[in-house]
Design a protein. Structure first.
Length: 249
């Protein structure tokens, strides 16, 4: 890319970010509701292949029932499965949440670590979950690539990759660090409302003048197999099929 083209691309990205800021604001708080670092970690594990709204409904009661990390670490897996059933992938999520709580107590004295290596060593925690915690709890600039972020990054020409880790690094290279956390929330909001996977409303989109996929993306948004890495790490096919709810103990 020539210097002139590089400058033009930087200006295009700046316009995209400005329009996203205008549309969605500059509040960088996650949509997930939490009071402590371990609660955000649990909520983010639950959010794999589940909406934030559903997770917030579940955690409202969950965090009252398990109001300490110690109670969560000692929870019955069968009972926890009942508590989180509506988030999907309930079997592996319950197993990982209990194991994660135990690991936090045993390895980290009950504190949630801030470095990505320690976070991703916890059961059920991948890069997406780790970056949510790093960005929202510790203020560490980080980019979280879910299906919305990956899809829209490709449509906007900000990445050509399907692998969420590669998309993450593409965005880190092109997006100013002061927008790393915001870009997550903005693209998720855009993906839920306008730039949907199957029927993106290009003509209603405030980014249409900056989007090389305008009018071409209908039905072609790639979600990518690897973009579901968090769900694969926290769940299995049996849970995904939504079988009958687990029997009450």
């Amino acid at each position: 890319m020539t210097k002139q083209n590089d400058r033009a691309e930087q200006e295009r990205i700046a316009r995209i970010l400005n329009r996203l800021d205008d549309a969605y604001g500059t509040d960088s708080r996650t949509y997930l509701e939490y009071e402590t670092a371990w609660q955000l970690l649990v909520a983010t594990i639950l959010s794999a292949q589940c909406t934030d709204a559903r997770v917030n409904l579940v955690t409202k009661d969950l965090f009252r029932k398990y109001d300490s990390l110690e109670k969560l670490a000692a929870a019955s897996q069968e009972e926890l499965e009942q508590d989180i059933y509506t988030t999907g992938f309930y079997h592996n999520k319950a197993k990982n949440i209990i194991a994660c709580a135990q690991a936090l107590l045993e390895r980290h004295g009950g504190e949630v670590p801030s470095d990505i290596e320690s976070l991703t060593a916890l059961p059920g925690v991948g890069r997406k979950t780790a970056n949510v915690v790093r960005g929202n709890v510790y203020g560490v600039p980080s980019i979280v690539v879910d299906t919305h972020v990956g899809r829209i990054a490709r449509r906007l020409g900000l990445s050509a990759n399907d692998d969420p880790v590669k998309v993450e690094f593409d965005l880190m290279e092109k997006i100013p660090e002061d927008h790393w956390i915001l870009i997550n929330l903005h693209l998720i909001a855009l993906g839920r409302s306008i730039c949907k996977s199957q029927r993106p409303d290009c003509e209603a989109c405030f980014l249409k003048e900056e989007c090389p996929s305008r009018g071409k993306a209908s039905g072609s948004g790639k979600t990518g197999g690897k973009a579901k890495a968090e769900g694969a790490k926290t769940g299995g096919k049996a849970d995904a099929q939504k079988p009958a709810a687990p029997k009450k103990p």
